[in-house]
Design a protein around this ligand. Structure first.
Ligand SMILES: NC(=O)c1ccc[n+]([C@@H]2O[C@H](COP(=O)([O-])OP(=O)(O)OC[C@H]3O[C@@H](n4cnc5c(N)ncnc54)[C@H](O)[C@@H]3O)[C@@H](O)[C@H]2O)c1
Length: 420
């Protein structure tokens, strides 16, 4: 397929941890020091699917350190890996609107992959979509339901592909579980737990509690999986949120006073086919989990339905390494595999973090070649902007419930989802 379709030109928006592995404090200390987006795109360029790569941040002065980091940790680790890209803002300048300059130099049919702070997703995505650029947006797509709906409408109007990077839909265990859940009848109960160690509060200090919360940051993943499983089974009708506090705001983290530690959303689900069947979803996320737990992200959930249940623990996959220095660690090469192939090339093309980006690149190229319509991807169960609207509705309702200390209803009015 890669030979007959034109190569895709891609702008990476955000130069942070997930894109380059480089954080303000130096190389990321998470288990993925070269992370995901840049590495995947450099490899897709090697394999002939993308060509020109651009990267935009706010502070152009960071680019020398980022390039050095990429040359050492990607160029130096894998054979034939070209890590070059065009930077914005140029000449070491600082400009929070440099994404506009970068997008203005692109042409319709090019693509943008957005991994920037949550509150900037909407303005960057809408600017790109309105210029005919295909968009892959990190989670949470937007913080507000109304913005999510505006992106659905804009993507339709400008006939572009817009996916949300909910990569857990490509995790083989989760996608198999989704298929099996369809055979278990009416939904009854879903309980998800996802956490990261307290040390992440140092990485997230710039925005934690100010720009976003841990529910948007982590629960988004499992809320999306639950919405995906339930897409033809039940709809969410009511959200109540509760939060634990006190760790993030104390020494040594000292996050802003409104920062929550652990957020739980309690969601009522109404069966689509049966008046009598209702279910409950409980989605908890924390960024104050213990240090040295052996996993970077704890992630597990339980699904119970009329005719059976499903239990998934994706933090412990039967693969652990013990090291005298660090103790026992559970790695997840099913997400991103960093060890090279026998020829010395990057070997992580089967990881679901990689697949999630490649599916978007393939979709944008197929649309550019006239082989597919963007709307077709809605029917394929992919995390398109249209297919992820209820995930944002629940997250947004959860935030309102915390801020206003009340339950929030999710309803459809005049064909559109609203919060009340
Ligand atoms: N899918 C996942 O598993 C996953 C993992 C980590 C982060 N994320 C998401 O990715 C986003 C960024 O996370 P990160 O960990 O890379 O954060 P980060 O803080 O390390 O990086 C954010 C980057 O965005 C840039 N930025 C901020 N405002 C900008 C603007 N106006 N224009 C262009 N760039 C701008 C900053 O310069 C920085 O490079 C968040 O929304 C987060 O939820 C997703």
């Amino acid at each position: 397929m890669s030979t007959e379709l034109s190569k895709l030109s891609v702008l990476m928006c955000g130069t942070g941890e997930y894109t380059t592995g480089w954080t303000g404090a130096g190389a990321s200390k998470s288990d993925k020091k070269v992370e995901v987006v840049g590495l995947t795109l450099f490899d897709l360029r090697r394999l002939g699917k993308v060509d020109h790569l651009r990267m935009v941040g706010v502070h152009g002065g960071k680019f020398p350190a980022i390039r050095k980091h990429l040359i050492e940790n990607i160029g130096g680790a894998y054979k034939d890996m070209d890590v070059s890209f065009e930077e914005f803002p140029k000449d070491g300048k600082a400009d929070p609107e440099a994404y506009k300059t970068a997008i203005d130099q692109m042409k319709p049919g090019d693509a943008a992959i957005i991994f920037t702070p949550d509150s900037t997703h909407y303005p960057i995505a809408i600017y790109a979509i309105e210029r005919g650029i295909h968009v892959l947006l990190t989670k949470p797509a937007t913080q507000k339901l109304a913005d999510h709906i505006a992106l659905i409408e804009a993507a339709k109007k400008h006939n572009v592909v817009c996916f949300v990077e909910y990569h857990k839909r490509f995790d083989p265990a989760y996608s198999d579980a989704k298929a099996r859940a369809q055979t278990l009848g009416e939904f009854n109960f879903f309980n998800a737990w996802m956490s990261q160690p307290k040390s992440q509060l140092e990485t997230f200090r710039a925005w934690a509690g100010k720009d976003s919360d841990i529910s948007y940051y982590l629960s988004s993943h499992h809320i999306d999986i639950c919405c995906w499983i339930l897409q033809d089974i039940a709809i969410p009708t009511r959200v109540v949120a509760s939060a634990a506090t006190g760790i993030a705001t104390s020494e040594p983290y000292n996050c802003v006073p409104q920062t929550e530690d652990t957020i739980t959303l309690l969601v009522d689900w109404q069966s689509i086919k049966s008046q009598t069947h209702r279910g409950t979803g409980v989605y908890t996320a924390s960024w104050t989990a213990p240090l040295k737990a052996g996993v970077h992200s704890a992630q597990q959930w339980y699904y119970m339905a009329e005719k059976g249940d499903i239990t998934v623990d994706q933090a412990h996959r039967g693969y652990d390494i013990t090291n005298d220095e660090t103790g026992k660690i559970w790695y997840n090469p099913f997400y991103m595999k960093y060890s090279p192939s026998e020829t010395g090339h990057f070997d992580g093309q089967r990881g679901y973090g990689y697949i999630s980006i490649e599916k978007f690149v393939d979709a944008a190229r197929s649309v550019n070649a006239g082989l597919a319509q963007p709307s077709e991807y809605d029917n394929h169960g992919l995390p398109t902007i249209a297919n992820t609207v209820l995930t944002t509705a629940i997250l947004n309702a959860g935030r309102i419930s915390l801020d206003e200390k009340r339950p929030v209803a999710i309803k459809k009015e005049g064909g559109q989802w609203i919060l009340q």
